[in-house]
Design a protein around this ligand. Structure first.
Ligand code: GRF
Length: 189
C-alpha cells in the first residue's frame, strides 16, 4: 500500500476526511504537527494514526525547524507528503529536500494566497470561489497547480460560504491524493 505523511497545525478535519475516505487504500504512516495544542492531535489518535509533535517554538530559526521536519519525514519514506492546514512558512531547507509534497489552499489560486484566503475571496466581487491543490514550492501557495474545484456564489453568508469551501476540500483532496499515488496526474519533475 502507498504511504503518506500528513502535516497539520489545527483542527485536522481534512486529515480526518482523508483518513476516512482513503481507508484501506492508503496508509497514513504519521501525522506531524508543529502545534502541541492542535485539536487534530486527538482526532488523529482516535483514527489510530501515529502523531509526531515538533513544536516550532523550540527551534531558534525556521531553517532549524525545517531540518528537523525533513529528517522526521524522511524516516517514514512516504510516497507523498500531504499538507492539510499546515500553517508554517517553509524554507528551502524543506522545499529543496522534500519534492513530493502537496498542499490544499482554500481559494482559486493564484488569487488570495496566504492565511486569509477564505475571508478575502468572500469579500471580493468574484462570482465563483473554490479550492486548489498544488505542489509545495519555495513560494508560499505558489507551486504548480494540480487540480481545482469551484462553485458559483449565491449570496451566501460567510458561514455558508466557508462551509461550501470546506465541502469542496473534502471532496477534492482525497481524490487528488489517490490519483497522484496511482500516477493519474502529471507527477512533479
Ligand atoms: C483548510 O481550509 C485548508 O485549506 C487551510 O487550512 C484549513 C485546515 O483545516 N490551509 P483543517 O485543519 O483541515 O480542519
Amino acid at each position: 500500500m502507498k504511504r503518506i505523511v500528513i502535516l497539520f497545525s489545527g483542527r485536522g478535519t481534512n486529515l480526518e476526511n482523508i483518513a476516512k475516505k482513503l481507508a484501506g487504500r492508503v496508509e497514513i504512516t504519521a501525522a506531524i504537527t508543529n502545534n502541541p495544542a492542535a485539536d487534530g492531535i486527538e482526532r488523529a489518535k482516535r483514527l489510530g494514526i501515529p502523531v509526531v509533535i515538533i513544536d516550532h517554538r523550540e527551534y531558534a530559526t525556521r531553517e532549524a525547524f525545517d531540518a528537523k521536519l525533513v529528517e522526521t519525514i524522511e524516516a517514514y519514506a512516504p510516497d507523498l507528503v500531504v499538507l492539510a492546514g499546515f500553517m508554517r512558512i517553509l524554507t528551502p531547507v524543506f522545499t529543496s529536500r522534500i519534492k513530493n509534497a502537496i498542499n490544499i489552499h482554500p481559494s482559486l489560486l493564484p488569487l488570495f494566497r496566504g492565511a486569509k484566503a477564505i475571508e478575502q475571496s468572500f469579500a471580493s466581487d468574484m462570482k465563483v470561489a473554490g479550492v486548489t491543490v498544488h505542489w509545495v514550492s519555495e513560494e508560499l501557495d505558489g507551486g504548480t497547480i494540480i487540480d481545482q474545484a469551484c462553485f458559483h456564489r449565491e449570496d451566501e453568508s460567510f458561514e455558508e460560504f466557508e462551509a461550501k469551501i470546506h465541502a469542496l476540500e473534502y471532496a477534492l483532496y482525497p481524490k487528488v491524493i489517490a490519483a497522484l499515488l496511482q500516477e493519474r496526474y502529471p507527477q512533479r519533475a
